[in-house]
Every structure is written in C-alpha cells, then in structure tokens.
Design a protein. Structure first.
Lengths: 413, 293
C-alpha cells in the first residue's frame, strides 16, 4: 500500500467526472480509425456472457468486431465465425492487446482475470467494459482505479442498474441527503433479502481430477490463480463456485444489486467500517452456505445481505429508508436547494466525450468491495474492522492477506 | 501417485507424539456433499462446537488431520479433513490473539514440519496454502525449501509473499539453484519483485538482459518496485529493446517508476517515453508523458 493512498483516492474521485483526453482513434493516423468512422472493438472471453457483454459495450457506438480472444480455441473460433469471420482470433489476451486496430475491449472472462486484463488494456490505450464482479479481491480493484487514472482511459463495469436509479427522483433525493452529510448518525438500513443464489452457485468439493480438452489452455485459464488439478466445473458458468476464480452467488449477483444501491446511498467513494456475518465454517475451495452479512459505514448507514436460503433470517435491524423527514426543516431546505447530481454517462457517451462512465473504476471497485468484505466475514468467521481509506483490516494481519492475494508468477498487479 | 520427499531435514517427532488423538468426531461434524454435490447440509452449531474443541489442542489436531489428507486423484475423500484444517488455519490467528502461548505459531509449525513427511505433492501444496493464511516468520524457512521443487514452488512462493517477513531471504537463497530452470527462475524473480526486495537489485539488473521475455519483464518490474534511481539508466536502456506486449508493459513500468522517484528522475523517464514511444498507436503514451512533464 502506498503511503499517499488517501490522497490518491481523493484525487481519483475528484477527477472521475472531469478527466479529458483525446483518444487514439480521434487522433487518427496510420492504423487508426478517425472519429467519423467506426471503433475497432474486441471481446476477451467468448463463452457464456461474452457475446452479451460485447453487445452491451458497442450498443451506442459505431463499431466493428476486429478481434476476439479465448483460452479455449473452439470458443473464440465459433464466436468469430458467427460475428465477423474477418476478425482476428487470439488465445492469449496479450497478443490481442498488441493489435492497434482495437480501441474498445469487452472483458467477459471469469473474474480472476478481470483486473489484470482491464489494467493491461488501459496500458495498451484501450477503453474497457468489464463484466461484473469487477475483481476477485480488494487490492485488484484499487490497482484498476490507479491504472485507469494513470492512462486516462474509460472504464465501465458490466452492470447498469445505477443508470435507472439515478433517473429516479426519490433516489436522487436520497443520494443528495447522503452526500450532504447532514444525516449523522445515519439511521438508514438497506436489506437485500434473497436473490444471491447460494444453492445455484455453491461448489462441489472433492471431485476427481480430469484431463482438460485439448483446445483449452488450462495453464492460461488458471493464470494468476493457484494452479490446481482440472475438474470440469472449474470452467464455464460454474467457475463462480470456486474461491480461486470468483465468490459464489454473493459476487455473481451482488454487484448487480449493490452497485445501484451504492450510488443511491452516496457511497461510491468509501466502504463499510465493520462487517459481521452469520455463517458456518467455509470450505477452502468451494463457495457454500451463509445466513446473513451486516456491513456498517462510518456514519451508521447499514447494508445487509440476507441469503434467505440457509440458516436464520436477519433480525438485528429493520429496513429503514433514508428520507427528507429525518432532517430538520432547515436541513430539508438545504437539500431541496442542492443541484441534482450530474447525469451518469453510459460507456458510449463516455468514450465519445472522453469522460468517465457512470460505472467508473472507483464506484465499481467500491461496489465489488462490499461483496469481498461480505465474503471475507463469512470465510474468516469473525467480526472485521475495515479502514476504507487504507483499504486494510484493522489489527488483523491475517485477514489482510485476503485483501491482496499473491498471484502466480509471472502475474502481478 | 507421485510423491516428493521434503528437500530439507526430515522430522517426524511431532506426528509420533500426536499419534493417539482421535479426531474423527470433529471430522464427522463437517458435512459431506448433499444433494447436487454441494455442502448445503452444514450445521453451524455442530461444526462450531468441533472447532472450539479442536482449538483446545490445535497442534495435536493439526498433526492428525494432515494424515487424513489424500491426493486429489486417490481413492476416498478428504473433504471433511480439508474443511476442518482450513477452518482452523483461518481462525487460529484470532484465537491466538485471545489466549496465551502463541497458539498460531505452534499450530503453523506443526503444519510446516509435516511438509517433511511423505505426502503427495498436492497435499503439500494444500498444507502450504493453509500456511499462507496462518503462518508467520517461524515457518518461512520450511516453506522456502520448496522454491526449488517444481510443481510446489508456485504455492510456496505465494505463501511466502503473503507472510512477507523473512521471505525475501528464502527467495534470494533459492535463486542460484533455479537459474537453469526458467519456470522456477521466474517464480523466484516474481517473489523478489513482489516483495520489493532492495537487496535483489543485482538480480533484477541481470534479469533485464535475459533471453526470456518474462524474465526481462520481471526484472523491469523488480527495479520498478524498488524504485532506485541508480538503476534508471540500465532500466531505460532495457525498456527500449522490448517489443509487442512487452513494450506496452515496459512503458507501464516506466510510468510507475516515475511515480516513485524525484522530479528530476521522473522527468528523465517521461522524456524517454516521449522519445521512444513514437509509433502512431503510441500517441496516448506521448500524451501521458507530456502531461506529466
């Protein structure tokens, strides 16, 4: 961790809405698409969500698929055949990123690759739309934020609920109350009950190793994660069930739900300070059961995940929406006088305007942190104290080992 | 089944000492796969009670559990044993903070010493991964011995990086022994770079002229991590030779290096980027360099 992290976070947030840089395709030149024409677009990770993620990225942009990549050859070949047979196929994302025709990259690999590929894409001068969950652990998210700040590239996380939320008058009012800091202590409690797919995305332990198919580069699939014997559920949608790659239904569905809530409640630039879970001991390899997790911010505002699929329901606090009526009349007037928040830019708008998108790196990282913190409280079996500025647990060296998990050589943040 | 002897000294005293303990009741409280093969039938009360009991003598329990671990391809299952051992590894640090006697270190040492016993490689890798969670300086030399063992070296490296304290020395000691094995060599360079080991400056300088792309990049990254201005000239010279993705990555190390040094040296790096990143597709790097000058 850098000593100037607090300053950096502040600067990142401040600049998120204002950075401007001329992209390569606007500059034009040899091998580059002038603005009047099309953006060269690419997809990395062609299975499952891949095609949908790609379409989401290019929705508002004149574009053409120029390249695609997957560690499974048959998948990338199949995708290119269907989408644009003239596009180039790659098995290694590093080779794709060398391609100067690529301006935009959609990333739909399993999450253990999200941060590294996002960072590498920014370093190669590309704009990125990355599937959720953004990361596999907390330090990855901070590294993504820093990379996109350093390279002034556009990043949008692959979940879009915050755009709808930001158009709702009620949500905008709550957002303004929260950002004003006038409600302190904050009585708000938001409970997400069910929908986090515990049973769907729990893993099967103890499977016997198998031989991967010849067209799968298993070593590259594992990448920064531990190299483990291949079993078929480790690849495909069931990768979600392994701690090596994701974090179960919590991470799979959590960013969809909590990303807009985090915007509504004005927490895009911070994280909870205490996290407590009710869960049985967690298995080392596969995701499993838990009952609830309570995450409380410094101002008292609380997010709760209640699985409603295992164990007792959450009963500590009742849900409580933040509203104007909780403020004094004088403060209510102050809120009413506040301007509405700036409209959130879609990925397409952000790319065209060279501004940061609504689901920008800092916001996406903080939303992913909620899920990682929740999972860590489940996995560690103890109440955690977290410093949202240093992005470290307080007085718990061993818990911090899960914040920045060492990667397998040669991968690193 | 491939078995690998511990590269260090064998010590079976601990396992003999703890041979008589019956841990079966603890294991039985942990679930086996239920419907659809998942652990949905887990009982928090029962498992927590077992863990509490096991924590009364964690060294003895650890010693017995390791014997129940099997190679992932072998007959039988060790699902419950892995579950219990992992739970103890995750919880022993907090438990150790609340009771006297440095329970965490003692528990970790039992696990580390079991690495010298005759276990399959994947079992040793699993034990090392538990030490990544709970181990401290006391187990570093015992894990460090595996940096020269193909197939376990990457697990050992990640555990050492996580533990941090005392680990650099293990990587430095291993380096001369792995120079002829590119995978192990990269693994060691990676560890030294990750730990930002200032004593490895010469190793990184040597690596940046290696024939292997990955080694060169790890060398550049290592120099970036330590951010020593005296290496800047060699660093920038090596950067110029990179091509393709390595050139992209090397530029990223340039920018990170610049963030770590004084303005005068940082400007030197930005001017270097301005001068060298002249391809049309590198205009964004030119812009970044100029904006930082």
């Amino acid at each position: 961790m850098k000593s100037n992290r607090r300053k950096f976070i502040k600067a990142s947030v401040a600049s998120a809405a204002s950075f401007q840089i001329v992209p390569r395709h606007v500059i034009g030149g040899q091998g580059h698409t002038p603005p009047s024409e099309t953006y060269g677009a690419a997809l990395i990770g062609c299975g499952g969500r891949g095609p949908g993620t790609y379409e989401g990225m290019v929705r508002d942009l004149p574009s053409k698929l120029v390249a695609a990549c997957d560690v499974q050859k048959s998948r990338v070949d199949g995708y290119i055949r269907r989408k644009n047979p003239e596009a180039k196929a790659y098995n290694d994302f590093r080779k794709l990123l060398e391609n100067p025709d690529v301006d935009l990259v959609a990333i739909a690999t399993p999450p253990h690759w999200h941060a590294l590929i996002s960072i590498a894409a920014a370093e190669a001068g590309k704009d990125v739309l990355c599937e959720k969950p953004m990361t596999r652990f907390i330090a990855e998210g901070r590294a993504v934020v820093e990379a996109f700040e350093r390279y002034k590239r556009v990043f949008q996380i692959g979940t879009f609920g915050r755009f709808g939320a930001s158009r709702s008058r009620t949500s905008r009012t709550i957002h303004k109350i929260m950002r004003s800091g006038l409600l302190n202590p904050n009585p708000g409690v938001h409970i997400k009950k069910g929908g986090l797919k515990l049973h769907n995305w729990s893993g099967k332990p103890g499977l016997k190793p198998q031989i991967p198919s010849e067209d799968l580069d298993w070593d590259l699939y594992c990448g920064p994660s531990p190299f483990k014997p291949y079993v078929s559920p480790r690849v495909g949608g069931t990768h979600r069930n392994y701690w090596d790659y994701e974090g179960g239904g919590m991470c799979d569905m959590g960013q969809h739900h909590f990303d807009p809530q985090q915007w509504i409640y004005g927490k895009d630039d911070t994280s909870p300070v205490t996290i407590e879970a009710f869960a049985p001991p967690s298995h080392p390899d596969v995701t499993g059961m838990w009952a609830w997790v309570e995450l409380t911010y410094a101002d008292g505002f609380t997010f709760v995940m209640d699985s409603a699929e295992w164990g007792p329901g959450y009963e500590r606090k009742a849900a409580k929406q933040v509203s104007l009526s909780q403020l004094s009349e004088e403060n209510q007037e102050k809120i009413k006088a506040m301007p509405d928040p700036e409209p959130l830019l879609t990925f397409g708008e952000a790319v065209k305007q060279r501004k940061q998108a609504g689901g920008n790196p800092e916001a996406a990282h903080r939303a992913a942190c909620l899920l990682h913190l929740a999972n860590l409280a489940i996995r560690l079996g103890r109440k955690l104290q977290y410093d949202p500025n240093k992005e470290q647990f307080v007085g718990d060296e061993e818990a911090n080992r899960f914040v920045n998990v060492p990667m397998r050589s040669p991968w690193h943040l | 089944m491939f078995r690998c002897a511990h590269p260090g000294t064998s010590n079976n005293t601990f396992s003999i000492f703890y041979n008589n303990m019956d841990i079966q009741p603890y294991l039985d409280s942990f679930p086996l796969p239920a419907k659809r093969g998942i652990l949905s039938d887990i009982n928090k009360e029962k498992t927590e009670k077992s863990v509490q009991e096991a924590m009364k003598d964690p060294e003895a329990v650890a010693s017995q559990i390791v014997k129940r671990l099997i190679d992932p391809g072998a007959e039988g299952n060790d699902i419950q044993a892995r579950h219990l051992l992992h739970t103890m590894a995750v919880r022993i640090p907090d438990h150790g903070r609340k009771v006297k006697g440095n329970k965490r270190a003692k528990f970790s040492l039992v696990l580390a010493k079991a690495l010298s016993e005759d276990h399959p490689d994947r079992v040793k890798a699993f034990v090392i991964r538990q030490l990544q969670i709970c181990g401290g300086e006391e187990v570093v030399p015992l894990i460090g011995a595996f940096l020269v063992v193909a197939g376990i070296a990457d697990d050992a490296a990640q555990a050492l990086i996580a533990i941090g304290k005392g680990s650099s020395e293990q990587f430095r000691k291993a380096l001369p022994k792995v120079k002829n094995n590119s995978i192990l060599y990269r693994n060691v360079l990676h560890g030294l770079a990750e730990l930002a080991d200032e004593s490895s400056k010469e190793f990184f300088l040597e690596a940046i002229v290696n024939k292997d792309d990955e080694c060169r990049l790890l060398g550049l990254w290592g120099l970036t991590q330590i951010g020593d201005s005296s290496t800047l000239e060699s660093f920038l010279k090596a950067d110029q030779n990179e091509k393709g993705f390595s050139r992209i990555k090397a530029a990223s190390y340039c920018l990170k290096f610049a963030e770590k040094v004084k303005k005068k040296d940082a400007d030197k790096i930005y001017r270097h980027l301005q001068k060298t990143r002249t391809l049309p597709e590198e205009k964004y790097l030119q812009q970044i360099a100029v904006s930082n000058l």
